[in-house]
Design a binder for this molecule. Structure first.
Ligand SMILES: Nc1ncnc2c1ncn2[C@@H]1O[C@H](COP(=O)(O)OP(=O)(O)OP(=O)(O)O)[C@@H](O)[C@H]1O
Ligand SMILES: [Mg+2]
Length: 401
């Protein structure tokens, strides 16, 4: 006997391609009822718009230049039930100003359209399952988990994790109507973690304590354990003394992430070097993975193995490659094209080799936004954060040509 649908979703898109891809991606979700409307949001009149307020989730294909769409969103937002989540689907070419206009009008999320092969964003699945979203408080109901991994030791993953978290926390109002995003940074590089020294924090042995006594942390415990920086960034650093790698358990790691994403809009995770068992709950929960690499053949190969490892547990996981120690080239060389082919992705993010800014920030124990904001590396990290805040490029998930 079929189960009674408990959640309802409406997909508004012109033509059948987008709606079909979403229906097929959700075919296993028996408690979700999906309806489709072959239209644009702007084409729907006032009465139809107020009827939309009855759905739990509304996904619509955004039109890049339709000003009537913004009015339709505003009307929908003023009519919606408290729980209706409004999602705009856009292609990777959407401009930052359009993404911002959608968000300002009241859209909760801007997500990439399904890819040509029908893959959808992991966040779409999470939103469809979400039971009690809240609106109007500024914070989203569940934050995005961004995991940062490294293709080789020392390639720059902590630099990326620390400064991405810092930039996200300083950025205002793209997906939140209040000032600044709520961001947590977690150093899960249990044995070699350096987030604490990058940010000049005192000793913080929360993870060691958890590893030794085996307790599962709750919101209260984490709140008391995290260090809040003046920028607003909350940090859970790695222990300063040695903890055996297998002393943390998966349920503890899962509890940390689940608790933090209830409270923070972004949870940035510096991944451990070793792929221990408790990495699995990070990979399963991640909304986005960034793998930092350089262009050496061995790093690129290892990067590919890591991507395969991450996506085998979470097929819908978007993995983005960050090339460190290199300016974005004007023209991609044969080496770049070959790397893109090995990685099966466009090489989208580039951070220049900038030892002066990197060591200046490290020496002062400050993020680049404070120590060297105008440096090439400081600017490149700011771009990376902007790209993370705006629509994540669908093209990144497509095989490179
Ligand atoms: N783009 C860059 N230009 C110059 N130096 C950099 C750059 N990125 C990182 N560094 C420097 O390289 C060193 C290693 O960086 P980082 O600690 O971020 O790497 P990691 O991958 O986290 O290393 P680990 O394996 O120790 O975790 C640091 O001294 C950092 O300041
Ligand atoms: Mg590191």
């Amino acid at each position: 006997m079929a189960t009674e649908p408990k959640r309802s979703m409406l997909v508004i898109a012109k033509g059948s391609g987008v709606a079909d891809a979403i229906i097929s991606a959700f075919s296993g979700e028996t408690d979700l009822r999906i309806e489709t409307k072959d239209a644009t949001l702007a084409q729907m009149n006032g009465k139809a718009i107020s009827a939309l307020a009855n759905y739990d989730v509304i996904m619509f294909q955004a039109s890049p230049d339709d000003s009537a769409e913004i009015e339709a969103i505003q009307s929908l937002v003023s009519n919606r039930r408290n729980e209706t989540t409004l999602v705009a689907l856009a292609d990777g070419d959407i401009s930052l100003s359009k993404a911002r206009a959608l968000s300002n009008a009241g859209v909760d999320e801007v997500l990439p359209l399904p890819t040509g092969d029908g893959k959808i964003d992991a966040q779409m699945i999470r939103l469809s399952r979400k039971k009690t979203p809240q609106h109007g408080g500024g914070a989203q109901a569940q934050g995005r988990i961004i995991a940062v991994a490294q293709a080789r030791g020392g390639v720059g993953s902590t630099t990326v994790a620390v400064n991405l978290a810092d930039q996200l926390c300083r950025s205002k109002g793209l997906f939140s109507r209040s000032a600044g995003h709520k961001v947590a940074l977690v150093d899960f590089d249990l044995q070699f973690g350096t987030v604490g020294s990058f940010l000049d924090l005192g000793e913080q042995d929360t993870l060691l304590q958890l590893a030794l006594d085996g307790t599962v942390p709750d919101a209260n415990f984490l709140e008391q354990s995290m260090v809040d920086l003046p920028s607003g960034l909350s940090v859970l650093a790695a222990p300063s003394s040695f903890a055996p790698l297998d002393s943390l358990r998966s349920d503890q790691v899962a509890a940390i992430l689940d608790t933090l994403r209830e409270k923070y809009e972004f949870v940035v995770v510096d991944m451990p070097r070793a792929l221990v068992g408790w990495v699995e709950p990070i990979v399963q929960r991640a909304d986005e993975m960034m793998v930092v690499t350089d262009m050496s053949v061995s790093s690129v190969r290892h990067c590919r193995r890591l991507i395969d490892f991450f996506t085998q547990d979470n097929h819908a996981l978007p993995v983005e490659v960050v090339i460190n120690h290199q300016h974005k080239p004007l023209m991609q060389s044969r080496l770049h094209r070959e790397a893109a082919k090995v990685l099966d992705r466009k090489l989208e993010h580039w951070l220049p080799h900038d030892p002066r800014a990197a060591s200046g920030a490290a020496d002062r124990g400050k993020p680049l936004s404070v120590a060297a904001p105008r440096s090439p590396l400081g600017k490149a990290i700011a771009r990376l954060a902007r790209a993370t805040l705006s629509v994540r490029q669908v093209a990144m998930q497509r095989p490179a040509k």
